[in-house]
Design a protein around this ligand. Structure first.
Ligand code: HEC
Length: 109
């Protein structure tokens, strides 16, 4: 019995118009702590100060006096801030970006 193999893989002639597949790399470029700080915090904390409550600046001495010592402490405050400061959810700032901002603050002011 002869078996006739028909190539079912009749390749479609329409050459795939793959131009549209050109991906515009949606992956956001990772920003450094300084850029993130400028974007999210500097409006109220220009230069590490505090335009709303001058006693709550971001310099190391003031932070320490207010019990804020580690990057984790700063990130916690971003998630659950005290009155006057806007909250920064994980959707808005990933843990990684929040950590970058915190490190930037500790190293800069
Ligand atoms: C809408 C204004 C505003 C924005 C935006 C803001 N803050 Fe604040 N922040 C405040 C105010 C007001 C306080 C003081 C709250 C209090 O009474 O302890 C404060 C306090 C802080 C403190 C504690 C300072 C201290 O000496 O006790 C840290 C740390 C801080 N902010 C970090 C940030 C970071 C990081 C961002 C950006 C991700 C940010 N803030 C964005 C208003 C703001």
């Amino acid at each position: 019995m002869k078996e006739e193999l028909l190539s079912a893989a009749s390749k479609p002639a329409f050459a795939a118009v793959e131009e549209t597949a050109r991906v515009a790399t949606p992956v956001a470029e990772p920003k450094d702590g300084q850029a993130l700080f400028q974007q999210h915090c500097a409006v109220c904390h220009p230069g590490g100060g505090n335009i709303i409550n001058p006693d709550k600046g971001l310099d190391g001495k003031t932070l320490a006096a207010n019990g804020i010592v580690t990057a984790g402490d700063i990130v916690s405050l971003m998630r659950e801030p005290r009155p006057g400061m806007s909250a920064f959810s994980k959707e808005l700032l990933s843990d990684r970006d929040a950590g970058r901002i915190a490190e930037y603050i500790l190293q800069t002011f």
